[in-house]
Design a protein around this ligand. Structure first.
Ligand code: SF4
Length: 255
């Protein structure tokens, strides 16, 4: 049975996702040649060897790590939308190539743009605490954004910027095959489920991306301004843990 993957504009099959990925990898070959000519041989956030979690079962149909490296290199060279012009570094995302959970945020902020890593600023520190309370480390999950370059002044990404960048996220999902996706905030929810859906209505209610269960919850940046919403997010993450047949460590349950 073919896997159906829902995108913002239409429904595609797993076979189409693989064709998209194949086209992306073809583009990558051209980008890599350009990067080599510019003297670039490494990309920040592209899965450094020493940070990987212990070996996980090899996926039958994909070589997730190689595909993720290829996507990260393509993102580093990408100039498909105007956001490339003012970036210091593109931020492809980072983490385990075989994660239980893929967290998807909106786009890089100032700290992320400087470091080339997703969720490393104040909101990122809050996400790290949440991940630890769930019994994981950042290296055991994958953390990415809908757009890979920082929007100026941290504004929301425009629909055309999201449309240009979304194939990278779609390719990452195909490579990662996470057991659960957590959509952090409205931009991620709309990009992964459907334009116009509201985080205030769907938060805490299971959705799907293709056949992958997707839990919408608040963005950590929202939690920095509304700390009482942390209980809602923790409730959502407990649903994620139940889906994964895991429970939070005892120290987390009583906080
Ligand atoms: S935001 Fe995405 S589509 Fe736009 S330049 Fe960056 S990587 Fe390319």
């Amino acid at each position: 049975m073919s896997t159906v993957v829902r995108t913002p504009s239409r429904t595609t099959t797993q076979a189409e996702v693989k064709r998209d990925l194949s086209r992306l990898l073809d583009e990558l070959e051209r980008h890599v040649v350009c990067l080599g000519e510019e003297g670039i041989t490494e990309v920040a956030g592209a899965l450094p060897e020493e940070k990987q979690s212990p070996p996980a079962p090899v996926k039958a149909e994909t070589n997730g790590r190689a595909e993720l490296q290829a996507i990260a290199l393509a993102v580093a060279a990408c100039k498909k939308c105007p956001l490339h012009a003012k970036r210091h570094q593109a931020v492809p995302g980072q983490g385990s190539p075989n994660p239980d959970i893929l967290f998807v945020g909106e786009g890089p902020g100032e700290d992320e743009d400087r470091q080339g890593l997703a969720f490393v600023g104040r909101a990122g520190q809050l996400l790290t605490r949440l991940i630890r309370r769930m019994g994981y480390t950042r290296e055991q999950v994958f953390i990415a954004n809908v757009v890979k370059c920082r929007p100026p002044e941290n504004r929301k990404p425009m629909p055309d910027e999201i449309a240009e960048c979304f194939p990278y996220l779609k390719a990452q999902i195909a490579a990662l095959q996470p057991k659960v996706i957590v959509a952090l905030g409205a931009v991620a929810l709309e990009a992964l489920v459907a334009p116009g859906v509201r985080i205030s209505r769907l938060r805490g209610q299971w959705q799907t991306f293709g056949e992958i269960p997707l839990m919408p919850t608040y963005h950590p940046a929202y939690l920095l301004r509304n700390q009482s919403a942390m209980w809602d997010v923790w409730h959502d993450m407990q649903q994620v843990l139940e889906r994964l047949v895991r429970s939070a460590p005892p120290s987390a349950k009583h906080r």
